[in-house]
Each structure stands twice: as structure tokens, then as C-alpha cells.
Design a protein around this ligand. Structure first.
Ligand code: F6P
Length: 339
């Protein structure tokens, strides 16, 4: 293609499919199953994106009339997204077992030869569905520990974050983006609805070392640990910007690109924090670390926490490395002052 051609017909860029294929070529012994699994996720997310865009027009916004295992009201779109992703994994064949925010027990896909386990929050930020605010899908992928040929079990599912082989999220916002890592940097793809494809738009995302945005639900301030209160005061005295959407994916995505910190500490209402280790904290921790940031529960690196149950919660402090270090320093000072 010469210069004249590119001037009248701009190249559209690299599709997600092509990118995944190229990455697979870097691993001579890769069988292509992980690549296929990532494509399954992309396909399901396109379908969910379509449903979200139609939500105002069809009878699929609003409450479903039941609660999930967390005791949260399920929205119709939560249920739809869960069905879409599970169906994609059943049809794909690479996944044997799924952990989903929407299901109390593990889900067997009926693919006993599948090598992978997926942990997912099919639609995060549900309280924002009805009001046209960004929402997301979060996922982690693990290799199963047990031999293939039978269903995956709890040992396959309860793996530490450091064992993830891939993690990512889809943000359904002013544009729809899929961001993922397989442990070799982070790349972001923007959905082009008229072509029905994700295109590489954010190659090799590196999060700023520090930033001036802090994201926390300050409504819980009175019951925050002293160190978190102190950090919030530190942010205010330095005139940081408070930005809190209430959709983890959206708050995380903004901070990843611009530099900032997201905190969900223990509160009176949520003594262990609100967010789930297996399909919120670990997935985003893998991404942030791959982008040069950090994630902690205040004491431990998120990805080293030993999971003991599927829907376990943990406090989460995640974002730009220097900001996370500052939170840890302030927490340590506050604890020392108590002694
Ligand atoms: O999954 C939980 C979630 O909806 C996150 O997306 C979000 O960051 C958080 O809860 C909001 O919680 P709260 O309303 O307590 O601030």
C-alpha cells in the first residue's frame, strides 16, 4: 500500500483476533486454547454490549426480583450477562469450571477436557445499570490443577492470584473496551460497533507512577480504619480530585490511564471490605501490576492472599505504585500510634 492509498483509506489497525494470534506465535508450544478462550470472552462481551445498548428500549433494565449469593439485588442484565458468558464457555470447550459472582457454587461447563478455570463478575457495578453509567465485566483465567477428563474441583478454583494465566475486563462506557494481560504487559482494545470488532487502541498500557485522583466511597468514612481516614485527609490537604463512579471497572480504568488510587477499606457495613478476591481484586491486581502499579489489602499483596472460599471478600487498595505505598505508610503509622 503506498502513501496515496493510506491517505484516502486510513488503515483500521490491529484487530483483537489478529493480536491474540500474533501473541500466540511467541509461544511455540501453545496449543491455541487460551487464545480461543480469550476470543470466546470477546464474543460474549460483544453480545452483552449489544444487550446493554438496548436496555432502555427493551424490558431488560431494572431488578430481576432475586438476590445473588452476596445478598445483592440481581438486575436483569446481571442475569443475562451471566448466561451469555457461561454459554460462551460451554460452547468454547476450553473451560471446565466457572466461578461466577452470580452463582453460589462452582459451575461445571460439561467440558471435562477443558484445561482452564474462569472466575468472573459478568456485570460489575449493577447499581449503575439503570442510570446509563459505565459498567463492566471482570475475569481471571487459571490453569486447572487436576488432570483433565473430569469436572474441575474447589482446589482448581481456589488458586492464588499469582497463578493467574490471564485477566482482564470489559468496560461498557462511552466506548466499549476490552483490556487484558497474559502476564506480558497490558493491552487495551476499543470496540468498533459498525465493524463488530475490537481494535488495538491502547498498546502496552503503563500506569503513571503517581497521580492526583482518589476514589473511595466517603459515605463510609466514620467507620474507616484510622489509617484510611488519615489518607483521605492527606488527599484533601493536597487538593487531590475525588472521583467515585461506584463501578469498580470504570473507577479502575480511569485511574489506570490517568494515575490514581481506588480504595475499598473495611467498614462497619462490610467488615472485610466489599470486593471479592477471586473475580474483582485478583483480576485487577494482575492488570495493575502488569501496568507498573500495585494492589494490597493494606498489609498483603492481593495476588498472594490464600483464597479459602469462592466469594471471599477483601479490602482493596489499588492503583499507582507510589500512591499505594503512601497508603501503606499511613496505615502503618496509624497502627503504630495505637500501640
Ligand atoms: O462489585 C461491587 C461494586 O458494585 C463495585 O463495582 C463498586 O466499586 C462498589 O461495589 C460500589 O460499592 P459502594 O456502593 O459501597 O460504594
Amino acid at each position: 500500500m503506498d502513501n496515496k492509498d493510506t491517505k484516502i483509506a486510513l488503515p483500521v489497525g490491529t484487530t483483537l483476533d489478529r493480536f491474540i494470534m500474533r501473541k500466540q506465535e511467541d509461544f511455540p508450544y501453545a496449543t491455541g486454547e487460551l487464545s480461543q478462550l480469550l476470543r470466546d470472552i470477546a464474543l460474549a462481551s460483544k453480545i452483552v454490549n449489544r444487550e446493554i445498548n438496548r436496555a432502555g428500549l427493551m424490558d431488560i433494565a431494572g431488578a430481576f426480583g432475586s438476590q445473588n449469593v452476596q445478598g445483592e439485588d440481581q438486575q436483569k442484565l446481571d442475569v443475562i450477562a451471566n448466561i451469555r458468558f457461561i454459554r460462551a464457555f460451554r460452547n468454547g470447550g476450553e473451560v471446565c469450571t466457572i466461578i461466577s459472582e452470580e452463582d453460589e457454587e462452582i459451575i461445571q461447563t460439561g467440558n471435562p477436557d477443558g484445561k482452564y478455570i474462569v472466575a468472573m463478575d459478568p456485570l460489575d457495578g449493577s447499581s449503575n445499570i439503570d442510570v446509563n453509567v459505565s459498567i463492566g465485566t471482570i475475569f481471571s483465567i487459571y490453569r486447572r490443577k487436576s488432570a483433565t477428563g473430569c469436572d474441575g474441583d474447589l482446589t482448581d478454583c481456589l488458586q492464588k492470584g499469582v497463578e493467574q494465566v490471564a485477566a482482564g475486563y470489559v468496560i461498557y462506557g462511552s466506548s466499549t473496551m476490552l483490556v487484558y494481560t497474559t502476564g506480558n504487559g497490558v493491552n487495551g482494545f476499543t470496540y468498533e460497533p459498525s465493524l463488530g470488532e475490537f481494535f488495538l487502541s491502547h498498546p502496552d498500557i503503563v500506569t503513571p507512577k503517581t497521580g492526583k485522583i482518589y476514589s473511595i466511597n466517603e459515605g463510609g468514612y466514620n467507620s474507616f480504619p484510622q489509617g484510611i481516614k488519615d489518607y483521605v485527609e492527606y488527599c484533601k490537604s493536597n487538593e487531590y480530585s475525588a472521583r467515585y463512579i461506584g463501578s469498580l471497572v470504570a473507577d479502575f480504568h480511569r485511574n489506570l490511564l490517568k494515575g490514581g488510587i481506588y480504595l475499598y477499606p473495611p467498614t462497619a457495613k462490610a467488615p472485610n471490605g466489599k470486593l471479592r478476591l477471586m473475580y474483582e481484586a485478583n483480576s485487577l491486581a494482575f492488570i495493575v501490576e502488569q501496568a507498573g502499579g500495585k494492589a494490597t489489602d493494606g498489609k498483603n499483596r492481593i495476588m498472594e492472599i490464600e483464597p479459602t472460599s469462592l466469594h471471599q471478600r477483601c479490602p482493596l487498595v489499588i492503583g499507582s505504585a507510589e500512591m499505594v505505598d503512601k497508603v501503606k505508610e499511613v496505615l502503618t503509622q496509624a497502627e503504630a500510634a495505637l500501640v
